[in-house]
Design a protein around this ligand. Structure first.
Ligand code: ZN
Length: 250
């Protein structure tokens, strides 16, 4: 993991900060102030520390794109403005510098789980003639079999096979009893028990198991109960695009 706060970056930061508060915001393109409870996203691989300050021990290095919730701050130390953040994916608390944070919007809607693949929803969540559908099916006829499937959220990925159901499938275990499932794959891009970040490739779309044609079955469960996923049939979805739903408790 890269160490972002060596002496060189400290000096560079001080030089930019000297242009003034409004100048800093304009130059960096980042929002210069957040509010408690606001969601923020790391713009680079970013250290989060036990206390504000570059000498404080690193609790974790979060990945670019990881989302946290502001719980404290701001406070100035060592030439940086620091915010106390609860990093949601890995459930750790730490202090990180403002200049490597962007607002990810207030509230949790749309920031927790992203769509795992480009495509069109071919069967939505809920009751259908063949029974209850505890997820959504996503087709991709443009690229077809092998279309990359990505982790919708960070967690621990497992690989499995069910000839009568999901065929080759991956399930990812998240915190608070949440799990996401990715069925009918033609290939795995993770090993059993591997830690993944949101957006990591986990496999390729396929037609394995009980499937009538190449597609991805995507499910979200909490404590083994399916959770509704928004999206209507024929709706286009983009890989890593936010799912507009508040999965409270994640
Ligand atoms: Zn399905």
């Amino acid at each position: 993991m890269p160490q972002k706060f060596n002496r060189r970056t400290v000096v560079k930061s001080l030089g930019i900060a000297a242009t003034g508060i409004t100048g800093t915001a304009a130059l960096s393109g980042t929002v210069s102030a957040f509010a408690e409870g606001e969601r923020v996203e790391a713009t680079t691989d970013l250290n989060t520390r036990k206390r504000p300050g570059t000498e404080s021990s690193v609790v974790a290095t979060v990945n670019a794109g990881e989302v946290g919730e502001i719980v404290n701050g701001p406070t100035d130390e060592d030439g940086y403005t620091w915010w106390g953040i609860h990093w949601l994916d890995r459930d750790v608390w730490g202090w990180s510098v403002e200049r490597y944070l962007n607002s990810a919007g207030s509230g949790s809607a749309g920031t927790d789980i992203v769509w795992p693949m480009d495509g069109i929803i071919s069967s939505d969540y809920g009751q259908r003639s063949s029974g209850f559908h505890g997820g959504v099916d996503i087709d991709n006829n443009d690229t077809g079999v092998g279309t990359p499937v990505y982790a919708a959220r960070a967690g621990t990925a497992y690989t499995a096979y069910d000839s009568d159901g999901y065929g080759n499938y991956v399930y990812i275990v998240h915190e608070n009893g949440y799990e996401t499932e990715y069925g009918h794959l033609n290939s795995f891009a993770v090993s059993d028990g591997e830690q993944v970040s949101r957006g990591d490739k986990i496999g390729g779309m396929g037609n394995s198991g009980n499937s009538t044609g190449p597609h991805l079955h995507f499910g979200i469960e909490q404590n083994n109960s399916p959770k509704p996923i928004p999206g209507d049939n024929y709706q286009s979805v983009s890989a890593l695009g936010a799912i507009q739903k508040d999965y409270s408790g994640l």
